[in-house]
Every structure is written in C-alpha cells, then in structure tokens.
Design a protein around this ligand. Structure first.
Ligand SMILES: NC(=O)c1ccc[n+]([C@@H]2O[C@H](COP(=O)([O-])OP(=O)(O)OC[C@H]3O[C@@H](n4cnc5c(N)ncnc54)[C@H](OP(=O)(O)O)[C@@H]3O)[C@@H](O)[C@H]2O)c1
Length: 329
C-alpha cells in the first residue's frame, strides 16, 4: 500500500486516538495550526471503538461500542482508521500492568494508520485523503500549573491553547474563584480546579479527556506545588518559578523513586543574562508578535501614578484579588 502522505498527529487523548481491533473511526486528533478561519459545525460520522471501563483480562474487559457523531472543532482532524496493530504494550495497558496507563474508561491501542476524513476550519497541515499516523503521547500534550490566575498563568494557558496543548489549572480558594474559573476557561483553559476541589484520593480521576501532563509549572509552593506533582506523569518535570504562598515544596520519597519526577527552577533575570541574549530576544519578539496579533491577552488595571498607593494596596492583595496593577505615568 502506498502512503499518500504520512503526518504525525498529536492526539487529544493519546489512548483514544486509535482503536486496537475493529475501530472504524478514530477519535478526533488535534494538530497545531497557525491560520484561523471561520468556525464550521462539521460533524464526524458515527463510529465504533474498542473500549474497556476497568483493567483486567483483555478478552473479558474489552467491548466494541457505537460512538455518537461528535463535532469536528476548528483545530480538530477526523481520521478514519485503516489499520492498527495489537501490541504487547496495548495488552499490558488493558491488563493494568504497564507502567504508564490511560485512565479508564479508555479506548485500546496506540498505533495505527488512518485516512483523514474531514478537518476543522483552522487546520492547514493536513487535508481529507491524507494518510496519517498518531504520534506517541508527547511532552507537549498537556501541562499542569498552579497560580493560573496570574499574568504568567494566563499567558501559559493561551500559548498552550494555540499550540494544541491541553492545560490543567489550579487556583486558590477565595472569594470570586468561580468567576476566575470562567475567565480562565474563556481564554482557553481545559480544566480549572480550586485547591479544595483537589482534596481527593486520586486527582487524575477528575480529568476528562486530558492526557497526563509531563510538565508542570509552580509559582505557589506548599500544598499547591504538591498538587502539581500529583498530576505529573511518570518521569515528569515541575519547574518552579515563584513562591506566592511562601511555603516550602515537599516532595515524597516515592515521587523520586517510583515516579522519577524532576524538579527545576527558572529565574527570568538569570535567563536574560548576556549569554542567552539571542534566545531571549527571539522569545521576546515572538511573545510581542502574539500580543500585537491579539493572540495573547491578559487582564490588568492601569493606575494613574498619583494613585500609586491604591495600586500598591491592590497588588499586595490587601483588598482581595485584583488584576495586575500597572502604573501609568
Ligand atoms: N522566576 C521568574 O523569573 C519570574 C518572573 C516573573 C514572575 N515570576 C513569579 O511568577 C508568579 C506570577 O507572577 P505574575 O506577575 O504573573 O503574578 P500576578 O499577575 O501579579 O498574579 C499574582 C498571582 O499570585 C496569586 N497569589 C497571590 N497571593 C497568593 C498566596 N498567598 N497564595 C497563593 N497564591 C497567591 C494570585 O492568585 P489570586 O488570583 O487568587 O489572587 C495570582 O494568581 C509570581 O510568583 C512571580 O514572583 C517569576
């Protein structure tokens, strides 16, 4: 068989992009796209999938089910699966003995080849008729962060969104947290939780259709940092760039031994030092471009210089939470 074109796709959910047996239509896969076109309400055809809702002997726990048509959103690609192998790793995942496993219920299988059936209005990289393969769940599938209401947090959400990366966001419990959640979802957050909502045994059970993140961002510390670590997948990394709660980060011994997590820090001032000048300039130009194009927005309040004390008191949180205070001279 000849491949018309083979393009690696990033699956919305690595585990559900291909079915291992008779899956006729794959779930939607998302590709990165630069060009935004008009919204279209395209629907996928009805499909079948091999699913299992608990781990166990594959022959006992898998079943073929009919899936209803779903909307093909602007950055989605609807793929008709042509062939998919049943690999030992697929079997081990279903049995529950593979180290990295999807949450159940899940669609079995990770590999295969499919034909693009239809594409969302913003997709430019592939076209109907192209043959594609799913890329393995990669570093970029999802990220987890705390302090998501901060300007940095809002930027992370938006950049992740237009790069096709899911974002899981943690905010603190405070007056107005419901409104804060809605705002973050409007700018592209996939999931937003308050710390209290995450007081459950298995935080990952709260995720719907979002892959386990390999990268976490922490600007709070204390319990909030522990929550970021809980979401990370095997071998994941948490980058700490702030400590808003002023509480230390506590990491369990098992997180290092069994999850092989890594902790790193980031300090802008150091990064902007002369040996990184070109890298830094390129990044700043890129971000400014996004701002100019209206793709990167953040909430702030302009404060006349004469009202500096008012701005300072808001920035200190003495009057509850406020957007970033920007002094205007
Ligand atoms: N490492 C670096 O080079 C670097 C560079 C820039 C910024 N930063 C750090 O990045 C973080 C965000 O900066 P930003 O300018 O984007 O922030 P910002 O827009 O001023 O927002 C402040 C954030 O901190 C949260 N917060 C305030 N007090 C808190 C507390 N006691 N416990 C938990 N959360 C608290 C606020 O949550 P609410 O919305 O709930 O009030 C809000 O999300 C800060 O920690 C800052 O120091 C680091």
């Amino acid at each position: 068989m000849e491949l018309a074109r083979s393009v690696a796709l990033k699956a919305i959910n690595g585990s559900s992009s291909t079915g291992i047996f008779n899956t006729r239509w794959a779930h939607l896969c998302r590709v990165q796209s630069q060009r935004i076109r008009a919204y279209s309400a395209l629907m996928s055809p009805p499909s079948k999938a091999v699913v299992y809702d608990r781990e166990g002997a594959p022959e006992a726990v898998t079943k073929v089910i009919e899936l209803p048509a779903v909307e093909v959103k602007e950055n989605d690609v609807c793929v008709k699966m042509l062939a998919a192998p049943i690999n030992p790793s697929d079997i081990n995942r279903i049995q529950g003995v593979y180290p990295v496993r999807p949450q159940v219920p899940a669609v079995g299988g990770y590999e295969g080849v499919g034909e693009v059936y239809s594409v969302g209005s913003a997709v430019t990289g592939v076209a109907p008729g192209d043959w594609v393969i799913p890329s393995p769940p990669s570093f970029g599938d999802s990220i987890i962060q705390n302090g998501a209401t901060s300007i940095v947090g809002q930027c992370i959400i938006q950049i992740a969104r237009f790069r096709g990366i899911h974002s899981i966001n943690i905010i603190r419990d405070r007056a107005g947290s419901d409104e804060a959640k809605e705002k973050l979802k409007k700018i592209g957050a996939d999931e937003v939780f308050t710390e209290r909502q995450l007081e459950v045994k298995n935080v990952k059970s709260l995720l719907t259709n979002v892959p386990e993140p390999a990268l976490g961002f922490n600007c709070v510390g204390g319990n909030s940092a522990s929550l970021v670590l809980k979401f990370l997948r095997q071998g994941g990394t948490m980058v700490t760039y702030g400590g808003m709660s002023k509480k230390p980060i506590t990491v369990s011994t098992s997180s290092f031994i069994f999850k092989d997590l890594s902790l790193k820090g980031f300090w802008l001032q150091k990064w902007m030092s002369s040996d990184k000048a070109i890298e830094c300039r390129t990044m700043i130009d890129y971000l400014l471009c996004l701002v100019r194009e209206g793709k990167l927005k953040y909430e702030y309040e302009l404060v006349p210089f004469k009202d500096f004390q008012v701005g300072l008191s808001k920035a200190l949180g003495l009057q509850g939470s406020h957007p970033k205070q920007v002094i205007k001279f």
